[in-house]
Design a protein around this ligand. Structure first.
Ligand code: AMP
Length: 206
């Protein structure tokens, strides 16, 4: 089963996808994580993506679609794939059609006020990528690594990312709704509650 995670930055897509991948043996593809790794390693792809990521803009579709297609071709697991942060606009969704069938789109809904609060206090582990709040301290709760604030989680960039989300990514909600495969979950709750709703929906759909 292949599942697309939808929702604004900070809605909890990554947190839920990581957990689902660990517990239910899905492959997890996070385009944001892949770009950050490419950037850290100074690869040509990372260098091309850098200017867009720093401004909170979308990396050009061609680069993203090719990158995802390569990752999908490398996957060995056949239990399914979780796409987190992809597709991000209609062109990407259409480009993927035929390459990978989408069985379900899970939209994690959180109000914008809450999203701004979450993103501006979000900290990322330098070591394992775990996401937590600034209130959790300077050390990763999962692995003890050092945490930092991503440049694109700083206020100026957050607002641009939300504009990009509203203009380009939000229309995907209707796109998947029209296909009859959209499941909406209230993401403004405890992580465990959101997770159990998601698992129940997947089991029902299986
Ligand atoms: P994320 O961690 O998913 O919020 O992604 C961080 C940044 O990576 C985004 O703000 C974009 O600049 C870039 N990015 C991630 N996924 C995509 C995508 N599917 N299309 C275009 N750009 C993307």
């Amino acid at each position: 089963m292949n599942i697309v995670f939808l929702g604004s930055p900070g809605a909890g897509k990554g947190t839920q996808a990581v957990r689902l991948a660990e517990k239910e043996n899905f492959s997890h593809i996070s385009t944001g994580d892949i770009f950050r790794a490419e950037l850290k390693n100074n690869t040509p792809l990372g260098m091309k993506a850098k200017e867009y990521i720093e401004k909170g803009e979308l990396v050009p579709d061609e680069l993203v679609v090719n990158m995802v297609a390569t990752r999908l071709a490398e996957l060995e697991s056949n239990s399914g794939c979780l796409l987190d942060g992809f597709p991000r606009n209609l062109a990407q969704a259409k480009a993927m059609e035929g390459k990978i069938p989408t069985d379900m789109a899970i939209f994690i809904h959180v109000d914008e006020d809450e999203i701004i609060k979450r993103l501006s206090s979000r900290r990322t582990c330098k070591h394992c990528g775990n996401l937590q709040s600034a209130d959790d301290g300077a050390v990763c709760k999962k692995c003890g690594g050092e945490v930092y604030q991503r440049d694109d989680d700083k206020e100026e960039v957050i607002m641009n990312r939300l504009d990009v989300y509203n203009e380009q990514t939000k229309p995907l909600i209707k796109y998947y709704e029209d296909k009859g495969i959209l499941f909406t979950v209230n993401g403004a709750r405890d992580v465990d509650e959101v997770y159990s709703d998601i698992v129940a929906a997947i089991k029902k759909n299986d």
